[in-house]
Ligand binder design. Sequence first.
Ligand code: 6PG
Length: 246
Amino acid sequence: MTREIYVFNDLQELADRLAQDFRKAVENKSKAGEMIFIALSGGKTPRIFFDVLAKPPYLGEIPWEKVNLFWGDERCVPPDDPESNYKMANDSFISKVNIPDDNVHRIIGENPPELEVNRYAKEIQTNLPDEKNVFPVFDWIFLGMGDDGHTASLFPNSLTLHEKTDICVIAEHPSTGQKRISLSLPVINNARRVSFLVTGKDKAPVLKEILEKGATLLPYPASKISPTDGLLEWYIDKAAAPELYK
Ligand code: 6PG
């Protein structure tokens, strides 16, 4: 695994750089005549990045027909629910760019979780062309991190962290009990590129521990993200990494 850390002054600067990196990744795949398979993160942090993608130059310059969008996790709610990760992405950029409907693979949050966990896993298996270590390979997975060190919907002390064979898991938010569908750790760690987007001072203590100690010494799900043959990136702002930025 290769690890890179990029520190930005603020979320807008992070979003601008990430949009450039996004365009470059899509264009590289497009030039090779290939599709790119991406899993978006949920929560609020990606919003500014999504807004940048919905404006020129990205709006008209990215070959959106080459992009296949999935989600790293979703709340088990309908697509018009304010809690829906799909709704946030659709409102901020998907509905504004020229991406074919068939290239948008939302997790159907309104389905019963015990059905959706298998349906979505099958949709991933059917659409991703590459497989490695018996798991599908995403080109790029975006992740957020909670101030408790959760990522996607993999929460601390959850049995979902021990999933070794399934592509997706049914998770439950520890305080609200809200059901979630999430990619499992083995699938996330099978990706070619995994990028965390982490900003704000609330996340600084856990982020410091993870960046300094890393690996399996910590209880945080985010510290278990270690793409076997891939690139792990931390797109962070100064507020989340005051120590890194003297
Ligand atoms: C979700 C996410 C979750 C999120 C973090 C950070 O569905 O909530 O996937 O892992 O990325 O909780 O959320 P914020 O970006 O809102 O801080």
